[in-house]
Write a protein of this length. Structure first.
Lengths: 487, 173
C-alpha cells in the first residue's frame, strides 16, 4: 500500500482502505457496453458531525420520516425556504505515478472529479464549492490531509480528497471524505479498481459513496436509463448512464417500440414492439442480446412490468373483451387474470414487497389510480383529485406512488402515499408523463412534451430541483425506465 | 385475396394521388388494374388518368374514400356516435359485397398517458369492429390494432387536431 494511503489512518478513526474486487460484464448484443460490478467488503464506519447530520439528513429524510423529527431546533420548511444543499469541497483527485509520486501530466484525477461534482450537484442535495476558492492544492490536500481551518473559511462542510493511478492496466482510485467541523473522516477511506475505460463508473461509484455517507440513503449515480428515442416518426430503444453519458441505441429498424421496463436485476428489459404487426411484449436480455416474445394474445398486449422477484410479469391484455390486468409467470407462461370489469384497467406496478399492485382504471368514470392485492382482491381507489390520473408507479422504497395527474387541460407528475394520503403535484407543465423512480426512491424521471418536442427530466421527490437530462444527437426522449444500481 | 389486397392498396394510393375519391373501373373478376399497366385479363386501365368518378359504384368495397373509412370519438370515449355508426354501416355494406379482410385501427389524441391511450385505442378499434360484426360482417375478416397516440393524423396540438386524431380507421388488408 502506498504510504499516502495511511494518511487516512493517521488522521481519522483508525480506518484503512479496503480493496475492492470487480468483474466486468454486460454486453448488449454485439455492442460492447461495459460496466463494473463491485463487491464491497467491510462496513462503512460512519461518523457524522452534528452539522452535516442535521442539514443533510433533515433534507433527505423530510418525506420519509415525519417532519417533526427530533432534530432539535432545526426544521426545514421546503414550502418556504427550499432545499439547503450542503456546501462540499470537491478537489481534483491527484494523479500519481506507480511509485506514489505526484504525476502532474495525469488527467484521470480531474476527469473523476468532474463526474463526481456533476453527480452531486445534480442531486440538488449538495453545493460543490468553486475550486478557485480552495486554499489547499489537491496535492497538498492528499499528502498532508485537510487543513480544516482553511476549509471552514470558505464555508465547506465536507471535503473530499482523492488520488488516482494506473496499475497493471487498471485504474485505481482512492478517496477520503472529511467532516470539516468535526475535523475527522466520515467513514473509511475507500479504494476502487476498474478497467481504465470504466473511469466514469468509478466516479459514479465514489459519488454514490459520498451521497450515502452524508445522507444515510443509498445513492443512484451508478445506474442507467432506458428510454424511447425518436426523431421524426421513427422511434427506437436507447440506453444511457443516468447522467446521459454512454448513450447507445438498442434498436434502429424503424419498428415502433414503446415502454421499456428494467428488470429488478437490471439485466433485462420488457418492452413493447410492433414488429409482428400488433403490439407484443418482448424481453430483451442485455447480457446476451437475446430477445423473446412474451406471449402472443389476441388484441392488445401492453403495459409490461416486473414483479420485484423478477419471476412474474404484470401486463394488460384485451383478449377477454376489454383491457384487463393479468399476471404471467415468466417460466411457465401461465396467465392469471386479476381484474374483471367493463372498464379499462392498465399500467400495473408492483409494490416493492410484491404483495400489492397499483394500477390505472376508469371504472369510476374517469381514469384514476387504484391499489389491489397482488391476487386481485381488495381493490381501493386512492386518487380523488383531478379527472385523469394514470401511469402509477410504486417507489422502490414503498412509501410513495408517482403518477400522472391530469386536470384543467394539463398533465403533471404527482406523488401520493399508497393509502391515498398526502398527494402532491410536483411539476407544472402541459404534458408530463411516464414517471420512473430512481433506484433509491428519491428522484423521479419523466418525459415532458412541449409542442412536438419530448424531453426527459428529473425532479426531486420534494418537487424541487427539476433538471433536464441531456440527450445526444438532437433526439426526443420518452418512456424512461430507471435501472437498479449497477455494481 | 392477394390481388384484392393490391387492388385496395392501389385504390388507396391513386385515390390519394388524385386528390379525390376516384374509383377504378372493375374487371369481371372484381380485380382492378395496377396503376402501372393493364392486367392480362384486359379489364384494367392504364393509370390514374383512366379512373372515373363513379363514386357510387355499389360493387367495390374500395369505393369508400379514406374519410369514409374513418370514425371519430369524443375525448376519452370509445362510444360510437350516431354519425360513426352510419359511417360504419356503410363500411359493413361495402364489406358484405366483397370477401376482403380489414384491419380496424384505434387511435387517440396526444393527451394522456401512453399505456392508457393504448388501451383506449384498442377499445375504439373493438367498438368499431363489434359494430361491423353486428351488421353481419364475419368476425374472422376483422383484425384490430391499437396505436394509442403514436400515429396522429394531424400533427397539431389544438382541439381541432385532437378531434381529428381520436379515431378508428377501417383499413382494407
Amino acid at each position: 500500500m502506498e504510504s499516502a494511503l495511511w494518511i487516512g489512518t493517521v488522521m481519522g478513526d483508525g480506518s484503512s482502505i479496503l480493496p475492492l474486487f470487480f468483474r466486468n460484464k454486460l454486453t448488449l448484443g454485439c455492442r460492447a457496453v461495459h460496466s463494473a460490478f463491485w463487491y464491497i467488503f467491510g462496513s462503512v464506519n460512519q461518523t457524522f458531525s452534528q452539522l452535516i447530520k442535521l442539514k443533510v439528513l433533515a433534507i433527505a429524510l423530510l418525506f420519509f420520516v415525519n417532519t417533526d423529527m427530533a432534530f432539535g431546533a432545526l426544521r426545514i420548511d421546503i414550502t418556504k425556504g427550499g432545499l439547503q444543499p450542503l456546501p462540499i469541497a470537491l478537489s481534483d483527485f491527484v494523479d500519481l505515478s506507480p511509485n506514489g509520486a505526484v504525476f502532474p501530466q495525469g488527467t484521470s484525477g480531474r476527469e473523476l472529479n468532474e463526474v463526481i461534482t456533476a453527480d452531486l450537484e445534480r442531486s440538488g442535495l449538495f453545493k460543490p464549492l468553486d475550486p478557485g476558492s480552495f486554499m489547499q492544492t489537491p496535492a497538498e490536500l492528499w499528502q498532508k490531509g485537510p487543513n480544516f481551518r482553511d476549509w471552514r473559511l470558505i464555508g465547506a462542510e465536507a471535503v473530499v480528497s482523492g488520488a488516482a493511478y494506473e496499475k497493471d492496466g487498471k485504474l485505481v482510485a482512492d478517496f477520503f471524505l472529511h467532516d470539516v467541523y468535526q475535523g475527522s473522516l466520515v467513514g473509511k477511506g475507500k479504494r476502487f479498481t476498474a478497467p481504465i475505460r470504466d473511469l466514469r463508473h468509478v466516479a459514479h461509484r465514489i459519488a454514490d459513496e459520498i451521497y450515502t455517507r452524508l445522507t444515510g440513503e443509498s445513492g443512484y449515480f451508478t445506474s442507467r436509463i432506458a428510454f424511447v428515442a425518436s426523431r421524426g416518426d421513427m422511434k427506437w430503444l436507447a440506453l444511457m448512464d443516468q447522467d446521459g453519458a454512454n448513450q447507445v441505441d438498442l434498436t434502429r429498424d424503424r419498428t415502433l417500440v414503446l415502454t421499456p421496463r428494467f428488470a429488478p436485476s437490471g439485466e433485462q428489459l420488457f418492452y413493447l414492439s410492433y414488429e409482428r404487426g400488433p403490439p407484443r411484449i418482448f424481453r430483451w436480455d442485455l447480457y446476451t442480446g437475446k430477445r423473446t416474445i412474451q406471449g402472443d394474445y389476441p388484441g392488445l398486449n401492453s403495459a409490461p412490468s416486473w414483479s420485484p422477484d423478477g419471476q412474474t410479469m404484470a401486463l394488460t391484455l384485451s383478449m377477454d373483451g376489454n383491457s384487463e390486468i393479468y399476471l404471467r409467470d415468466l417460466k411457465s407462461g401461465n396467465l392469471r387474470r386479476l381484474t374483471e370489469n367493463i372498464s379499462i384497467d392498465t399500467s400495473p406496478s408492483f409494490s416493492p414487497d410484491g404483495r400489492q399492485i397499483v394500477f390505472n382504471s376508469d371504472r369510476g368514470g374517469s381514469p384514476q389510480v387504484y391499489v389491489m392485492e397482488a391476487n386481485g382482491s381488495n381493490v381501493r381507489r386512492i386518487s380523488f383529485e383531478g379527472n385523469y390520473n394514470a401511469a402509477p408507479v410504486w417507489s422502490p422504497r414503498g412509501d410513495f406512488i408517482a403518477y400522472v395527474r391530469g386536470g384543467g387541460g394539463r398533465f403533471r407528475i404527482a406523488v401520493i402515499e399508497p393509502n391515498g394520503q398526502n398527494g402532491r403535484v410536483l411539476t407544472d407543465s402541459w404534458m408530463d408523463e411516464s414517471p420512473a423512480w430512481s433506484p433509491n426512491g428519491r428522484v423521479i424521471l419523466f418525459s415532458r412534451q412541449s409542442g412536438s418536442q419530448t424531453r426527459l427530466y428529473t425532479i426531486d421527490l420534494t418537487g424541487h430541483n427539476e433538471r433536464s437530462v441531456d440527450l445526444k444527437g438532437n433526439i426526443n426522449g420518452s418512456d424512461p425506465s430507471w435501472s437498479p444500481l449497477v455494481r | 385475396m392477394k390481388r384484392l389486397a393490391s387492388f385496395f392498396i392501389t385504390v388507396l394510393l391513386l385515390g390519394t394521388l388524385a386528390g379525390c375519391g376516384a374509383v377504378p373501373n372493375e374487371g369481371p373478376d372484381g380485380a382492378a388494374a395496377q396503376g402501372g399497366g393493364a392486367k392480362s385479363d384486359g379489364a384494367g386501365v392504364g393509370g390514374a388518368g383512366g379512373y372515373g368518378s363513379n363514386l357510387d359504384d355499389p360493387n367495390a368495397a374500395g369505393a369508400l374514400t379514406e374519410a369514409d373509412r374513418r370514425v371519430h370519438f369524443d375525448f376519452n370515449s370509445a362510444a360510437l356516435t350516431p354519425q360513426a355508426e352510419s359511417v360504419l354501416a356503410k363500411n359493413a355494406r361495402a364489406l358484405s359485397r366483397s370477401a376482403g379482410r380489414v384491419q380496424v385501427e384505434g387511435h387517440c389524441d396526444e393527451r394522456g398517458t401512453r399505456e392508457y391511450n393504448l388501451a383506449l385505442g384498442q377499445k375504439r378499434a373493438d367498438a368499431a369492429a363489434q359494430f361491423l360484426i353486428s351488421q353481419g360482417v364475419d368476425s374472422g375478416r376483422i383484425k384490430t390494432i391499437s396505436y394509442g397516440k403514436e400515429r396522429p393524423m394531424i400533427q397539431g396540438h389544438d382541439e381541432t387536431s385532437w378531434q381529428q386524431n381520436r379515431r378508428a380507421e377501417i383499413i382494407p388488408q
